[in-house]
Design a protein around this ligand. Structure first.
Ligand SMILES: Nc1ncnc2c1ncn2[C@@H]1O[C@H](COP(=O)(O)OP(=O)(O)O)[C@@H](O)[C@H]1O
Ligand SMILES: [Mg+2]
Length: 398
């Protein structure tokens, strides 16, 4: 199963492009589901159907869903939400409703990501199209498995210790309720699922992102920023879709200036993102809604090609071994060497810090105890060199 995620600034056309892509995929014979994870849902309007938290069959090969987090909390997270509620009560906070709990961002993100697992396990779909919220929120969503795996590991170990401690210190009253076995099992399940989600999201054969932008200054700046961030979190951006491009035959004095400005921006996009495939869709005379308009949009973007085709073969992060040196390559577009700081931690991770990002990357077990020899930039990649402990030993003995 392929997962194609559309992202970009608010209003650039994510929902329209996602809907157009999903329709085209279905017409090409792929069993498709499109899911909106933007709380300001407009997918139903775009497709011209009424959608909700349950899967709706739209047409042949096409199902759709608008994720509703309150509904998810009520139906799927009861053990955990009851525990959070009891915990809050013990801390003097009044009973907390499902609506209130739904604002805890982790729940929403986990729900959205678990749908991808559910679709994959069901075997019902060949492709999932995800129409996302504007950039910032989506980047948080996609980095969530990394952050939450770390967090759950730490908190989970702590809570487990507390539970065993509570058993021996009989009579001692804790000032908050300990989670029941059911809650702990749910956490266990979340942890396992999150690890699987991370694997799916970081495999370019399974998951890719398509960034939508308009030929405008601010959209270009934001797209650069999110591209860099996504690389750092090992998510594969495979193409750009420039939407709302004025067609060259547009007439009038106002449009003359607009067209010139646009030409400059288009050039900048091609130069900046020269390693990515770029597709375009023209500005249409009316708002985009309904099948005909969406099909026109799909024609502009994909022509006769099948949107299931992937445009990127490798993920932004990969390891290579040459002689006795291991290299970690991380694609880092638009970043200067001077802006990056690197640290190796005692638990076999490296921390990569840029002026506005910090990311911990767990190294594979084979590099446990390896020495970090240094790092440099080559072809837009940060390249970190390691020497394995065993290799160093072997070399000495020869
Ligand atoms: N190529 C286009 N031509 C004309 N209008 C468009 C085009 N793409 C999107 N729109 C319109 O722009 C608005 C925002 O599009 P939408 O797809 O909802 O963006 P987003 O999901 O990024 O917020 C909608 O009214 C939509 O109909
Ligand atoms: Mg939208």
């Amino acid at each position: 199963m392929r997962t194609i995620i559309f992202n970009g600034k608010g209003g650039v056309g994510k929902t329209s492009v996602s809907a157009a892509t999903a329709r085209r995929l279905a017409r090409k014979g792929h069993r498709t589901i499109i899911m909106s994870v933007d709380t300001a849902h407009s997918l139903g309007d775009s497709l011209g159907v009424t959608l909700g938290p349950d899967i709706v069959h739209v047409e042949k090969n096409l199902d759709a869903l608008e994720l509703d987090i309150v509904h998810e909390m009520r139906t799927k997270w009861s053990a955990i939400s009851e525990y959070i509620s009891a915990f809050m009560l013990s801390q003097g906070v009044d009973d907390i409703s499902a609506e209130e709990m739904a604002i805890l961002p982790g729940m929403e993100m986990a729900s959205a990501l678990f749908y991808v697992l559910q679709f994959k396990d069901s075997g019902l779909y060949d492709v999932v199209v995800i129409d996302t919220a504007p950039t910032g929120e989506t980047l948080r969503l996609l980095s969530f498995p990394d952050v939450s795996n770390w967090y759950i590991d730490k908190v989970y170990t702590l809570v487990k210790k507390m539970i065993s401690l509570a058993r021996v210190t009989v009579g001692k009253v804790m000032d908050f309720p300990l989670p029941s076995k059911e809650v702990m099992d749910s956490v266990d399940e979340i942890k396992n699922k999150m690890e699987r989600v991370k694997e799916i999201l970081e495999d370019p054969e399974q998951t890719t992102l398509r960034l939508v932008l308009n030929p405008e200054r601010m959209a270009i700046v934001e797209t650069r920023r999110s591209y860099t961030y996504l690389c750092l979190y090992n998510k594969t951006v495979e193409c750009l879709i420039i939407n709302k491009v004025y067609p060259p035959e547009t007439d009038g004095e106002f449009f003359k200036t607009k067209l010139e400005e646009q030409a400059k921006h288009m050039e900048e996009i091609h130069e900046s993102f020269d390693q990515l495939k770029v597709m375009t869709a023209y500005m249409m005379p009316t708002e985009l809604s309904g099948s005909d308009m969406l099909d026109k949009m799909a024609d502009m973007i994909y022509g006769d090609s099948d949107p299931i085709e992937g445009y990127a073969k490798t993920s932004p992060m990969h390891f290579e071994t040459k002689k006795d040196i291991d290299y970690l390559y991380i694609k880092m577009p638009f970043i200067e060497k001077a802006d990056v700081e690197l640290f190796k931690t005692h638990d076999n991770s490296i921390i990569i810090e840029t002026s506005n990002q910090k990311r911990t990357v767990a190294l594979p077990a084979t590099l446990r105890g390896a020495e970090m020899l240094g790092a440099g930039f080559s072809d837009g990649n940060l390249v970190i060199r390691f020497r394995r402990q065993s290799n160093a030993g072997k070399k000495d003995s020869i």
